[in-house]
Ligand binder design. Sequence first.
Ligand code: GRG
Length: 291
Amino acid sequence: MPDNMREYIELINKNLDKFLKITYPQEIFESMRYSVLAEGKRLRPVMCLESCRIFGGKIEDAIPTACAIEMLHAQSLIHDDLPCMDNDDFRRGKPTNHKAFSEATAVLAGDALLTLAPQIIIQQSENLDAQVKIKLVEQYCIAAGAFGLIAGQIVDIQSEGQKISPKTLEFIHTHKTADLFKLALKAGAIIAKADEKIIKAMDDLGQCLGFAFQICDDILDETSSFEKMGKTLGKDKDAQKSTYTALFGVKKARSEVICLLNKAHDIISKNNIKSGILEEIIKGIQERSNS
Ligand code: GRG
């Protein structure tokens, strides 16, 4: 059983590689592998495995779902980088998928990941009963679709160049980013057969961590470098994107991150959760906000 972040990441990478074997037609699998296996932080799948462990489930039982969530995340990055969306040239330190392949292949690779993910949850989760799989796929669909990522993305696009309210910004950050954190933490708890009170607590924890993480991303877009982030920065300002820093400035953004991480700590202690991994993730977010 993995007991530190590096071991969790190795376990996830090994299984992503296994679930994405190259078969015919080669180009689509190569393109999917190119983005998924690129060096990402693997925060969401780690949270899924850890949440399952915390609530008494077996980590092995959560591996297909954790990998599926990373595939969904990679899909959202591929599509987000397309010329019709953010039009980015670099991601995870490499040319974006449409630059390395073609726009058509990148669209299809995203679509293929979006659909392969629930297939993997259903086919590879051998020890999970049908009821649990239905709940997982339901949560996956909610997080990915018009009530989740897509909702956040469309409002984000519509808001470019507009003066938006804090409420609209909260909507964008919640759905574009926090929804996947929530999915990861809730899915682990569902696999461990935790009760509804715990699932709700994981939803709240995902909201705090995801929101804090997105505010950090907004801060880093202004303060970090290509070398550290592996992508072109300063684009939010150029595109007149609605970010937390654009609305409130870097100082207030940093204090909001502290506030959200304190809330996350409260949820963790109220629910008697003991997790070095969650503590490490919280510390990592805190450090990102100050870099
Ligand atoms: C789900 C059908 C469907 C479409 C997706 C394009 C889109 C709709 C949504 C965009 C979502 C998006 C890209 C949000 C940004 C979230 C974010 C902060 C990503 C960076 O996460 P990290 O830093 O990345 O964890 P790594 O590379 O480390 O995994």
